[in-house]
Design a protein around this ligand. Structure first.
Ligand SMILES: [Zn+2]
Length: 432
């Protein structure tokens, strides 16, 4: 229950702090493992009630309407997304900047040192000019963001005492954003394909220009923006993102982030020490497409018969790291692997097969590289780890994904259009 009145107390140096004593707003799982594996959950947030948060010099209130998303099993934080409407007293057009907008309130628990989602998006907006002007269609539009230090006396103090400096202090991070549509809202496999292709192009742009790595590609973060009747793939939720130039200073425990069924296979291994590379996000995208195309008969309903008969992918949502590592390796390193998409998603067969082939080639090349390096310890051999020796690169993905079934998808920006013409030439040469 979120009490509207007296929900916050001003604390010198901290701003407004939520009054949690005696309220059941926030509840947390007990610490079962190291701090990075603590899962934070918001236990109770009621539809219909009001939520007040710090806004400029005072506070602002929204009315909670419907819970759209509640994260489960996300390592290191919990997220809740609620559809809201502005609850100001003068909420009419021209008087309130949020009137008539589709709004969501998003709450999560990043560590206090984490860069806010809004800071990443602001940098993207700054750079999305000129020939990049269409790029913001592929990002969330964040209207307001706020951070509130929370209940440090309780659980945080316990963790800090138990784990010392290794424990990252957390903050309740909130924002008001434009509501995007879920992947489920799409009507055809072709629309889904365009959205996935948009995501690759957007991911590449962010990696290349503002130099940000998303690090949590999952089914729920790939969303749809409808603007002037056109649908755009939008990469949502930048809470786990990081600046590329800060990657070297990051602890291994902080590399192990993401949403389990979609995490790159190496991240499930206790021996993995990072760093998180862009190809890990692209491997996640492969799992997003694989699970969607195998488990759903159309984008809005699960095909139970099919999933029973074919692949036991449903277990991916309940099992732990050992299981997922084993399953993912057995897909990547199987030369004869075949996907079994449902009838609705049958056209994804080609993409899945080609993407798996890239991963297979990449990890086979990597194994060969390791063997050669071991055999010749005095020679310094080079292997491009970002792209698995060029086998699993943005170029390869764009080449595979710019076409879907018999259709040519929309490639945004002259940069990729030019590159595709070059790749086409190479391909034609190869065929001669
Ligand atoms: Zn208003």
């Amino acid at each position: 229950m979120v009490k509207q009145s007296n929900a916050f107390t001003p604390v010198p140096g901290l701003g407004l702090v939520p009054n949690l004593k005696g309220q059941a707003l926030l509840g947390f799982e007990k610490a079962k493992g190291p701090p990075s594996n603590v899962i934070f959950e918001i236990e109770e947030i009621e539809e219909g009630s009001k939520f007040t948060f710090p806004y400029k010099d005072g506070t602002r209130t929204v009315q909670l309407q419907r819970i759209l998303f509640r994260s489960r099993g996300v390592v290191g934080r919990g997220t809740i997304v609620v559809r809201v409407v502005c609850a100001c007293t003068h909420c009419v057009p021209n008087q309130c900047d949020w009137s008539g907008k589709k709004l969501v309130l998003k709450l999560s628990f990043p560590s206090v040192t984490r860069v806010s989602e809004k800071a990443f998006m602001d940098r993207c907006k700054e750079q999305a000019k000129g020939k990049h002007a269409g790029i913001p269609n592929h990002f969330p539009d964040i209207y307001w963001s706020f951070g509130i230090p929370f209940d440090e006396r309780r659980l945080q103090a316990y963790f800090k005492e138990r784990f010392g400096d290794e424990y990252e202090m957390r903050v309740l991070q909130g924002s008001i954003q434009e509501e995007l549509r879920p992947l489920l809202s799409l009507e055809t496999a072709l629309e889904c394909a365009q959205v996935f292709y948009d995501i690759v192009q957007c991911h590449h742009w962010v990696y290349t220009y503002p130099q940000i790595l998303h690090r949590d590609i999952n089914y729920g973060n790939i969303m749809v923006r409808v603007k002037d009747g056109k649908k755009y793939g939008a990469l949502n939720d930048w809470d786990l993102a990081m600046w590329l130039d800060e990657r070297d200073g990051i602890l291994t425990s902080q590399f192990r982030t993401g949403t389990r069924p979609y995490m790159a296979h190496e991240q499930h291994s206790p021996d993995w020490e990072g760093p998180h590379r862009y190809r890990h996000d692209m491997e996640s995208l492969f799992y997003v497409i694989l699970l969607l195309a195998t488990l759903f008969s159309n984008s809005s309903e699960k095909d139970h018969e099919h999933s029973k008969k074919r692949q036991p992918y449903t277990k991916w949502f309940t099992q732990g790291d050992d299981f997922l590592l084993d399953k993912k390796i057995s897909i990547i390193l199987d030369l004869l692997w075949r996907p079994f998409p449902t009838h609705f998603f049958s056209a994804f067969h080609q993409w899945l097969q080609s993407l798996q082939q890239c991963l297979y080639d990449g990890f086979t090349a990597y194994k060969y590289f390791v063997k050669r390096q071991t055999d010749n310890p005095h020679q310094v051999l080079h292997f491009n780890d970002d792209t698995l020796g060029g086998h699993f690169s943005y170029d390869r993905l764009v080449w595979i994904m710019h076409q879907f079934s018999e259709e040519t998808l929309e490639t945004h920006g002259c940069e990729w259009q030019k590159k595709l013409r070059g790749l086409q030439k190479d391909e034609d040469e190869r065929k001669k």
